[in-house]
Design a binder for this molecule. Structure first.
Ligand SMILES: [Zn+2]
Length: 72
């Protein structure tokens, strides 16, 4: 009769906790960037609005995009 000794408890590193879950793709964070005398809205999803003469208008474009994001 031969019995194997119990395997020693190995402390292998589990799945690293720093591994974040994939972020939701439907997150839209907009910024306005200035280009010369124009201003345009830009989004983290890759969308960018048309160049506007007023920053206010670019912000409106951004707000409209966040409300109803267009699919590319
Ligand atoms: Zn977006």
């Amino acid at each position: 009769m031969h019995e194997e000794p119990p395997a020693p408890a190995r402390t292998t590193a589990p799945h690293p906790p720093s591994c974040p879950p994939s972020p939701p793709a439907a997150e839209h964070v907009t910024t306005t960037i200035e280009r010369g005398s124009f201003c345009l809205a830009r989004c983290t999803c890759g969308w960018s609005g048309p160049a506007r003469r007023s920053r206010d208008r670019a912000r409106t474009d951004a707000a409209e995009h966040v409300m109803a994001p267009q699919q590319p």
